[in-house]
Design a protein around this ligand. Sequence first.
Ligand SMILES: Cc1cc2nc3c(=O)[nH]c(=O)nc-3n(C[C@H](O)[C@H](O)[C@H](O)COP(=O)(O)OP(=O)(O)OC[C@H]3O[C@@H](n4cnc5c(N)ncnc54)[C@H](O)[C@@H]3O)c2cc1C
Length: 400
Amino acid sequence: MQAEVLIVGGGIAGVSTAFALAQHGRNVALLERGEIASEASGVNAGGIGASGWGNKPGLESYLTMGSIDLFKTLQVDMGYDIEFRQCGGLEAVHTEGQMEYAEKRVRSLREQGYTVELLGPRQAASIEPAINPKLPGFIYAPLRGKANPVLATHAFANAAEEAGARILTHHHVTGINHDGNSYRVLTQQGEFVASTLVVAAGAWSGDMGRMLGLDVSIVPVMGQMWATAPLPPALFHVLTSTESYHYWSEHPSTHDGMPPSLTHEGGCRVTRHLYGGQTRSGAIAFGGDRQVHLDAAIDPAPGAEGTEVNRGHATEVVPMLSDVPIERTWAGLMPFSTDGAPVIGRIPKREGLYIVSGLASSGFGRGPMAGKLLADYIHTGQMPLVLSEADPARCVTEET
Ligand SMILES: Cc1cc2nc3c(=O)[nH]c(=O)nc-3n(C[C@H](O)[C@H](O)[C@H](O)COP(=O)(O)OP(=O)(O)OC[C@H]3O[C@@H](n4cnc5c(N)ncnc54)[C@H](O)[C@@H]3O)c2cc1C
């Protein structure tokens, strides 16, 4: 089968790229080895980070605010029910030390034109009654949002198909040849040929690189979550904690070749990270750990210690969670680059080869715009200026 552009990977990054390319009128096909959203894009917490464009919008502002706009396009303009809501976020500050850090961060973000505010516990409890009123404060980000990750990723795939893209699930890519003009991509269903190839394979981007003779430094990092059975409405914002950000600001990673901002180093816990909230079904779901999981061929499994620590952390923010039974736990693999920044753009020295990856622990919220920026680049041949911050050259090299 021939296509102008072939995308490998049916997560949020791949389907968003397919949607934007199809809207540009390009002949695009996407190959996914499982179902759409069968990996990280289907098992995440659905949080969408955003704090505005700022005075000088950089890549992060484009990815977050641009994605918020695309989620709105799908739900509000196109009529997909993806459970999107710009519900705002509250980040709990646990200690006086964290409070000093939070005050500095909020001051600096506001000076740069971002929409964040530091609330006292009384103000926070008036918009989120279930929070712990004994905590010293909360960072409020009213522009944050959330959506159902499975519904949203499927909606982008469906919108791409409606716009003319071919979305082919159960097509496992096992080899890639380049003959100078085109990429010949092998699957058990046959060979696919295209002049332009996009690697959107998430935590498996390194495997795709090896098929192309490239060393792609994307490290698989395990994230795990737990959820209660459906409960009456109790939580209204995306809830997070300052603890890990404070730790990471004071302890930059020293592990060479490993991504920054992890909860575990050398197999040991160094901090606790937290995100979660209540879904429309009523389930309350939280997660947070980020542990390197080098062999992406081995399915990740949630650990009991991780669930216990995370539940303890969540309970410090929302005390009613202390005795609510956990109904299920799960894990998934996130694509982290070794400097923590996204990897979006053209792979140097290879004709027609592109990548959209490294979206790390916030790829659901940033994926739609990451795909659109890459699609605009492929379509116009001009790199959107903000993508200079995501240049693949820094972490894709020829295999030695
Ligand atoms: C537990 C957890 C919680 C998270 N919470 C949040 C959150 O609240 N907010 C947020 O913004 N982000 C969150 N994330 C991160 C987010 O889910 C990821 O950054 C994002 O989904 C990555 O999207 P992707 O398309 O790059 O990768 P994926 O969704 O992993 O998609 C890659 C796809 O490529 C396919 N593929 C791989 N190899 C091949 C091959 N050889 N042939 C064909 N197909 C192939 C895979 O099957 C997969 O479907 C969380 C992640 C986890 C695991």
